[in-house]
Each structure stands twice: as C-alpha cells, then as structure tokens.
Design a protein around this ligand. Sequence first.
Ligand code: NI
Length: 177
Amino acid sequence: MAVRKIIRMGHPNLRVPAQPVAASDIRSEPVKRLIADMVDTLHDYGGIGLAAPQIDEPLRLAIIEIPGGESRYGKIEAMPLTVFFNPSVEVLDPTTAGYWEGCLSVPGLRGFVERPQHIRVNYTNGHGESQSLELQGFWATVFQHEFDHLDGRLYIDHITDPTKLVFEEEFNRYLNN
Ligand code: NI
C-alpha cells in the first residue's frame, strides 16, 4: 500500500470534526485500502495511534497499536493493531491523571495532559460488529488522544500549564527521569 503524509498542526483540516463511516462502507475496498495506508503510515512514522484526519481523510476512523514493554511511558501492556470505526468515549470515573503526550501531527513537542483514567469506548470493528472496551490508566489516555482527532481536537487543547509544553529534546534532557 502506501505511506501517506501526516498533516501537522496548523493545517486547518486537523481542526474539522470528521464524518461517521457508514455501516455499508466499513468493509468496502476503498476503506480497506485506507486502513492499509494508515497502518503503513503509522509504522513508517513510528507511533502508537493514527486517526484518519491526520492523513487528511475526514472520517471517524482510527488505529491503535501498542507494542508494550518498557517505554517512555513506563511499563505498559501490549495491544495488537486494532481498528476503530465511529468510536465514542464514556467517562466512567472523572478522576484524572497526567501523562506527557506526543503526537505525529505535532512533531518535536511533548505536553503534559490530564485526562480521566477510567473510560468505556464503544465502536464498530473492521467486521462491522459493535464492540465495547473498558480502559484504565495509560490506555485510557491513548484512546482519548486518538479519538480527539476525530473531533478536530489536539492534545495541546488540554494543556492547563503552558510551562508543560516543551520540545522533545529538552524533555529527554531535563524531564524524562
Ligand atoms: Ni495525535
């Protein structure tokens, strides 16, 4: 398939809410090709999630793949590549915790964002089946970050302390300990 260009902060289309994918389109060839492109793009750029609007496709579609093991987020569980159509997030507990987030559409920066840490995600999978996942901690943050892209939001919108928006190099030098 093809590695696509990821559009970056400042591109107006990152700020436009995406359109739902019709049930009849979920298993269509164009959507399968789009998913294949998203997987290639995610692997080429290196990341744990990608939303369709990030490659300038205005659809409510995202992929997430978490390698697991030791990472800059500490020790995390793996999640195999999963496709999410038309996801919605329900907060089960509004208690928040913060993580330093990064985004392929905001390259070179890290920002500290607090989000609810216990959510339920309802979505349609690649076979057109309704699914539900309950998520806590780091995973809850990852999913909220990805699905924000479907509503035209970026993680920087959630930063409450502007001193905690930093360059990656300085993050690694001064803060990642
Ligand atoms: Ni992102």
